[in-house]
Ligand binder design. Structure first.
Ligand SMILES: [Zn+2]
Length: 64
């Protein structure tokens, strides 16, 4: 699977790149740094946590 590094947009290969989804350790560490400082906005489809069902259920409970 070809992906793109979320830091620099370089193409990466999930089967071949051990830093996947990052192109390199440099970008991987850059991402961790962004997480730690709270600057990172989640935009990673492969790791997306589907919380829409939870939100919908919560709204329904409030209505009844
Ligand atoms: Zn990169």
């Amino acid at each position: 699977m070809i992906w793109r590094c979320p830091i620099c947009r370089t193409a990466t290969d999930s089967a071949a790149d051990r830093h996947f989804p990052f192109c390199s350790e440099r970008c991987r560490r850059s991402d961790l740094g962004a997480w730690a400082s709270g600057q990172y906005v989640i935009s990673e489809p492969a790791l997306e946590f589907d919380d829409t069902d939870f939100v919908t259920r919560e709204e329904e409970e409030n209505e009844t």
